[in-house]
Design a protein around this ligand. Structure first.
Ligand code: ADP
Length: 441
């Protein structure tokens, strides 16, 4: 792992941080709420105490009691309530009524103080009471300690648990990593074990496996291509060599030499065509063969290539017809590539049509430009038809060798069509003929 912190650790740290923030917030809220509640209850008790004193003054006055009676009653009252000694009462003339002796001043720090001035039967009295906050502070201090102790302990326990869980959750990643590391070009058919959990890990593993599928088939294709190419090249090279060796074995007449050389030239031409085709396909595979496109008139291009085709057809006694529209059919394309595409189709049609047959090349521009090459030749068997565009595929290998086809023509044609976003398709009736159709976008 190149990252300084593993995912596991990072997850745990995040988790702990979020948990800590949550605990702190919760603790603060709780602390303030408890404090508020405790102070409110102290205030409530103070309120009742002051109210009690006021009511006492009122009652005593109503019963006709003077100041001394009020002082007596207040004294009794102070003894009966908690913190009664912390009550001060001032009378109408501003004189202190209670306590009658000089008391210590009311404490202020750590105390709640309530002061109430009221008229009792038209005369003003002021009652002040204080209550200690000591037990409140005690309780709050205990709460603080409780939180200070429990938060770190809970946090540590939860983080350890989280670490363990994430470790368990991520352990399939570790095993996938080592499984993937063991897959190479030599055992490309191996696949990762897919956990059937329906989660991200299952998707990761199956995505990996799909990628391996694609890689494997690409590698297979490449190896097959290389093997086929070497195989195809071996035959003509061997032929050239044997012809030359035979001619050299003993002195021969100039005509014999000429015949041997003619065969060698023919075989060499075939070989260099094959090498050209292989090169084209290799470039196509590498994605390097970029086809530059330009607006071009298909009508002209078809007429041009068909003129060549007619010469070729005439040599084999096959008639070549051309049907093109009167108006230009303009598409975006690469002229040499499209020429090659048409020539491959035309050449095949002529090759696989016996003497006296006809080949019809027609260009239509109905919904979209369509180029078709139809022949009255030997046709393609239905089981071979789906494969004709594959590399090195020949419907009838033994017979084709005479014509010099290596089975690459249609593969190149399909590649050119694809590069023009066109589709290419074949239809055929064995014994009656075949039609190849290219439909441009
Ligand atoms: P080749 O160089 O062998 O012609 P292609 O890729 O051009 O290779 O064609 C593949 C195979 O498809 C041929 O070998 C042939 O069997 C079959 N094929 C192609 N075109 C025709 C056609 N017009 N009529 C009959 N068979 C055809």
């Amino acid at each position: 792992m190149t990252h300084p912190l593993s995912i596991r650790l990072r997850l745990t740290l995040w988790y702990a941080a979020v948990l800590l923030a949550g605990f702190l917030l919760f603790g603060l809220l709780l602390w303030f709420a408890v404090r508020q509640g405790l102070i409110a209850s102290v205030d409530h008790a103070l309120e009742r105490r002051v109210q009690g004193a006021v009511e006492l003054i009122e009652q005593t006055t109503r019963e006709g009691g003077g100041i001394p009676a009020i002082q007596d009653e207040l004294g009794e009252y102070a003894d009966s309530v908690p913190e009664g000694r912390l009550i001060r009462v001032t009378g109408p003339d501003g004189r202190r009524l209670f306590p009658s002796d000089a008391p210590a001043p009311l404490p202020t720090r750590g105390y709640r103080i309530l002061r109430r001035s009221d008229y009792v039967l038209g005369r003003p009295y002021t009652v002040i009471a204080a209550a200690s906050l000591e037990s409140t502070e005690d309780l709050l201090a205990r709460l603080r300690w409780l939180m200070l102790l429990s938060i770190p302990i809970t946090l540590a326990a939860a983080s350890l648990g989280g670490y363990a869980i994430s470790r368990q959750a991520l352990s399939p990643v570790d095993s996938m990593t080592s499984e993937a590391a063991a897959i190479g070009i030599g055992n490309l058919s191996r696949r990762l074990a897919v956990p059937h959990t329906g989660d991200e890990l299952e998707r990761l593993a199956s995505t990996w496996n799909h990628m391996l599928d694609r890689l494997e088939s690409a590698v297979k294709q490449l190896t097959q291509f290389t093997a086929d190419a070497s195989h195809e090249l071996r035959t003509p090279v061997a032929l050239i060599r044997t012809t030359a060796e035979l001619a050299l074995r003993r002195p021969r007449t100039p005509d014999d030499y000429r015949e041997a050389l003619r065969q060698i030239v023919e075989e060499s031409e075939r070989t260099s065509r094959l090498v050209d085709d292989l090169l084209t396909l290799a470039r196509a595979d590498a994605g390097r063969a970029l086809l530059s496109t330009e607006p071009l008139d298909l009508t002209l291009l078809v007429r041009d290539v068909c003129e060549q085709g007619m010469i070729l057809g005439a040599a084999r006694h096959v008639e070549v017809h051309t049907e093109t529209p009167l108006k230009p059919v303009t598409i975006q394309g690469n002229p040499p590539a499209l020429r090659r595409l048409l020539f491959i189709l035309l050449d095949n049609a002529i090759k696989y049509t016996p003497e006296g047959g006809t080949v019809t090349v027609s260009l239509r521009n109905d919904a979209s430009p369509t180029l078709s090459v139809a022949d009255t030749g030997i046709g393609i068997p239905p089981d071979a038809l789906p494969h004709v565009f594959e590399r090195f595929f020949r419907a009838d290998p033994s017979r084709n060798r005479d014509f010099g086809g290596a089975g690459l023509g249609l593969a190149i044609a399909r590649w050119i069509a694809e590069r023009h976003n066109a589709t290419i398709a074949a239809e055929s009736t064995p014994g009656a003929g075949s039609t190849f159709r290219v439909t441009f976008p």
